[in-house]
Design a protein around this ligand. Structure first.
Ligand SMILES: [Mn+2]
Length: 495
């Protein structure tokens, strides 16, 4: 096999150098798993088709390309319109690149020969895609193994590799997906290094945002600052998902920031800001939420709700280790929320009985957290044999699995005051009996609090990847530091 030890990807400056060994190791793990699986036919070749360059609707304007995640995980290839193949028995790896027309050089720049890609990615052979049928035939596989499976978060199916002449091969599209997904679920030490980096840069960017926020700004100004920091400092052209920058009442809109609500509210005095943003480097993501008062000082009510969420977050972190069932962690967060809301006076009565009527889901309708990796909602949440729990709150979990060492997840409890959930709860005697409507009334329009960190499950606990101020005192101290600087963008431009 080609030596990959010295090859690496980076965006230069201070950005992370990612060795190509990340992907040769991923391929080795995949091949080993396929070899160990008695259902996988011998002498197969894994064939994947990378992402294709797309255009904006009917125009000739290119969308910024981002590699398809399974393809990235396997080959680390950043270019569009490429195929990759692995001979399972030997691990020998092939890439197939498009033969570009001469005028490509005029408009797009250098046309790189196959050897360029061989050297860049440390694969064994690089061919032209027009020769793919002929090359694969010469390798005499019994089967081509293609990727066909359902993403349990989106409900969408992977796009299976296809090329002119594939009908002349025996194709098995059932065995690859579950094995590949399982490989992606457990992160290697090399992948962990990238996730530590995306978390470090994104944490720093969140801190810049917290220092820069001012009453009167538009929410999108902070989205812009976050993206600017991640790209300028971290070489991150993409975020892992659209930034959610909700202030005031918008902090209770779980997926705020979309085209119909594009982070365009003016931030007001007294607002809570709930900013859920994560940078992505070389197709590895991060997913971090910070909640803080726009004016730098929590009110008593804001502090109470914030500390309730922080307590559930830390209770879960204390409990996380291999062997723990993720739905139990969700229930633990619910329980802490209900206890804390009772202390605040919004709820009254037995927390045990509140759990029975799923009162926790009124305040936290989403799941406690999800896998994170090449996708922000990473694959593998519901493999065969793991079923969704059809109960309020729990049904929103993106995984119901038992934790294993090497899994990377978000822990993101939240308490929100959402009219569309509070009104039915008040109208339902089974839930209303626990609610003090007068005190709850004070929290109408409050918005919500979410605290989201990324963690890796270790041998006997977890590693916290995210590093942002979390206690009320830490948040207020950082914001006070920011308030003291004249120009909020200065920290970026002065260096
Ligand atoms: Mn998340």
């Amino acid at each position: 096999m080609a030596a990959t030890a010295q090859l690496s990807f980076s965006m230069g400056n201070e950005t992370l150098q990612v060795p190509m060994a990340v992907f040769s190791l991923n391929r080795r793990r995949l091949c080993q798993r396929l070899k160990d699986n008695v259902n996988v036919p011998k002498n197969g070749i894994v064939l994947l088709q990378g992402g294709e360059q797309s255009q904006r609707y009917c125009t000739d304007t290119d969308n910024v390309f981002r590699q398809e995640s399974f393809f990235h995980w396997t080959f680390g290839v950043t270019e569009a319109n490429i195929y990759g193949a692995i001979e399972v028995a030997s691990g020998k790896t092939h890439l197939f690149i498009p033969k570009l027309p001469e005028n490509y050089a005029v408009w797009m720049g250098t046309i790189h020969p196959p050897n360029f890609f061989k050297d860049k990615y440390g694969v064994d052979k690089v061919h032209y895609t027009c020769d793919i049928a002929q090359v694969l035939k010469s390798l005499k596989p019994n089967f081509l193994l293609t990727l066909h499976g359902l993403n349990t978060d989106s409900g969408h199916t992977t796009r299976e590799a296809a090329f002119d002449g594939i009908s002349e091969f025996s194709v098995n599209n059932t065995v690859l997906y579950p094995d590949m997904v399982e490989c992606r679920v457990i992160k290697t030490d090399l992948e962990m290094e990238i996730l530590r980096y995306t978390n470090r840069i994104s944490s720093e960017a969140h801190k810049e945002v917290m220092k820069a926020v001012r009453v009167g700004m538009k929410e999108y100004e902070l989205e812009s600052l976050f993206e600017h920091y991640c790209y300028k400092r971290g070489g991150m052209r993409h975020t892992s998902y659209t930034c959610i920058c909700g202030s005031g009442i918008n902090s209770a809109v779980l997926h705020y920031g979309h085209a119909s609500a594009p982070n365009d509210k003016t931030i007001l005095d007294g607002d809570l800001c709930l900013f859920d943003m994560g940078g992505e480097y070389y197709c590895y993501g991060s997913d971090i939420t910070c909640t803080f008062p726009a004016n730098g000082q929590f009110t008593a009510d804001q502090r109470a709700i914030y500390e309730a969420v922080l307590r559930s977050s830390r209770a879960v972190m204390q409990a996380v280790r291999p062997g723990v069932a993720w739905p139990d962690m969700h229930r633990l967060a619910d329980r802490v929320h209900l206890e804390e809301l009772t202390k605040i006076g919004i709820l009254q009565g037995s927390v045990e009985n509140m759990m029975k009527v799923h009162l926790g889901a009124v305040f936290m309708p989403h799941g406690l957290g999800h896998f994170l990796g090449c996708d922000v909602h990473d694959v593998g949440g519901y493999p065969e044999g793991v079923d969704r729990i059809e109960e309020p709150g729990l049904r929103s979990l993106r995984t119901a699995r038992v934790l294993l060492e090497g899994m990377v997840l978000t822990i993101e409890p939240g308490i929100y005051f959402i009219q569309h959930l509070l009104d039915p709860a008040l109208a339902d005697p089974a839930q209303a009996c626990f609610i003090n409507a007068d005190i709850l009334g004070r929290f109408r329009g409050f918005g919500g609090v979410r605290i989201e960190d990324d963690i890796a499950v270790t041998t006997n606990g977890m590693e916290l990847l995210t590093c942002v101020p979390r206690s009320v005192e830490e948040v207020e101290a950082l914001m006070a530091e920011g308030a003291g600087s004249a120009k909020s963008f200065e920290p970026l431009d002065s260096q």
